[in-house]
Design a protein around this ligand. Structure first.
Ligand SMILES: *Cc1c(COP(=O)(O)O)cnc(C)c1O
Length: 472
């Protein structure tokens, strides 16, 4: 049949709207949503007909078939764009998946605080106005040994605000090896230029010495900035200056030192196999004047930027006009407070912070779970080859790039290369299900990595794979 003939066979929008299926849907959803989806579907079909070289099954163009497609689209668009996901990528701090899941205590606090009015800026003892973040900031100073603390929206905001308050119009020497980009939108040179601090590049990409900073300091120098290269590593012929050395130089020349540590560990991560991750407390102890980090990376809390350090500097940062623009809401404060509270007892933090639970799972326990899941799926999905494989993964979220994490994954591929379901289709089907499941495709197989899956999600994961693979 000719293409123009096929195009003429397409039903009209009105014919579609008269089908019982779409009439019911319009009543339940909305007339406008159904009309919109009908137009989009017809456009898609026209494009498919024009670009297709294969024989088109005319049954696909019947009023009923097109109406069913419209209904699918309406239902898809009704699902909220922000939905819970089972993270089977293996990447524990996946920025695209919202980084750290929150501890139960933080979830409870957010729920309680959002339901009613809250003492956001009222001191309930004195009845007077207070700063909104006093309690959280007190906890931060207790846990890190810093004199003062300030919480803002994220670490990008913390960096921008700190530089604007401490160095606007003045120079800040930074090593050429630390002019980092974190996930595209955060590029240190750009952040510095928005803050109006003048970037004074020192050293080279692979080697920066103390003398490079020494020579860069002049009467216009406002601060020295040391940035943790969170998402890459320079190996081989390289050297950089330690915080201790920079602090000694800063003291001698009367210049404050800002340390952007990025992921914000409050405990030592060496027991999880990660050496060299800066701990906030150590930076404070080493004498950094201001330390910056994220709330939703290794801290395992809500999205936030934490600024801690000497009172003189933190007060100045807090009173900068931009501080208001970067301030956090009551929900973030409530969640951060509860997360920090857990760190008062390291054991409690390890037990109750989801990120630390996932990190602490032994490879053996992952293998056992994978074995059980594979046993079920081999039986229920004969069309798939299901295997348990040892893998490695990364923390992600701009943390610890060079350090790999041992993990175990389920690997799937169609038993028959010409099977109706490709690996890509299986992945897409899992992504669009409820709950949505995101894995990773590697060498023609779909991997569902258990390092980032909570044990309580295992059975939902198995059910979803079975549904995607067999339609049952
Ligand atoms: C992640 C990171 C940032 C950005 O933090 P956000 O909380 O994502 O805004 C800034 N600096 C360093 C060193 C980082 O690792």
């Amino acid at each position: 049949m000719s293409q123009s003939h096929l195009l003429r066979q397409l039903p009209a929008v009105n014919d579609l709207l008269e089908t019982p299926q779409l009439q019911q849907l319009a009543e339940r959803s909305s007339h406008a949503a159904v009309v919109h989806s009908a137009r989009v579907t017809l456009d898609q079909l026209r494009n498919e007909l024009r670009s297709s070289t294969d024989e088109i099954d005319t049954l696909k163009l019947s009023v009923e078939a097109v109406a069913a497609r419209v209904a699918c689209l309406v239902e898809q668009e009704e699902k909220p764009a922000l939905r819970p996901v089972i993270n089977a990528t293996g990447i524990l701090l996946h920025t695209g998946l919202g980084r750290a899941p929150l501890p139960q205590a933080a979830i409870n606090a957010m729920s309680e605080i959002s339901r009613s009015y809250a003492s956001v800026e009222l001191d309930l003892v004195s009845g007077k106005r207070s700063q909104r973040a006093v309690a959280v900031e007190r906890l931060l100073t207790e846990l890190t040994g810093a004199e003062a603390a300030l919480v803002v929206n994220n670490n990008a905001g913390a960096t921008l605000l700190t530089l604007a308050a401490m160095a606007s119009g003045r120079e800040v020497p930074v090593s050429r090896g630390e002019l980092i980009e974190i996930g595209g939108s955060f590029r240190l040179p750009d952040v510095m230029s928005v803050s109006r601090a003048k970037l004074h590049e020192v050293g080279t990409t692979n080697k920066t010495r103390l003398s490079d900073y020494e020579q860069a300091i002049n009467e216009s120098t406002a601060a020295l900035l040391l940035v943790h290269p969170s998402n890459f590593a320079v190996v081989g012929f390289s050297s950089s200056v330690t915080l201790e050395e920079l602090v000694a130089l800063g003291r001698e020349r009367g210049v404050p030192v800002i340390h952007d540590i990025g992921s914000g560990a409050l405990i030592n991560f060496s027991e999880y196999g990660f050496a060299d991750e800066p701990v906030a407390t150590d930076s404070v102890a080493a004498g950094a004047d201001v330390v910056l980090f994220s709330g939703d990376k290794l801290l395992g809390g809500p999205q936030a930027g934490v600024i801690i350090g000497k009172r003189e500097h933190v007060s100045r940062i807090a009173s900068h006009p931009l501080a208001r623009a970067f301030r956090v809401d009551k929900l973030t404060l409530a969640a951060l407070r509860e997360t920090l509270q857990l760190y008062r007892h390291t054991k409690k933090a390890k037990r109750e912070i989801p990120l630390l639970q996932l990190l602490g799972a032994s490879v053996d326990s992952l293998r056992t779970r994978a074995g059980e899941l594979a046993g079920k799926l081999i039986e229920s999905c004969p069309g798939l080859v299901t295997e348990v494989v040892d893998e490695t993964t990364f923390l992600g979220g701009g943390s610890l790039p060079a350090q790999q994490l041992s993990t175990v994954a389920l690997a799937f591929q169609p038993r028959d290369a010409h099977s109706s379901l490709s690996v890509e289709e299986l992945a897409a089907s899992l992504r669009s299900g409820t709950p949505a499941i995101v894995g990773r495709i590697n060498q023609g197989r779909l991997l569902l990595d258990l390092r980032s899956v909570f044990p309580g999600e295992d059975s939902a994961l198995a059910d979803a794979v079975q549904t995607a693979a067999t339609g049952k």
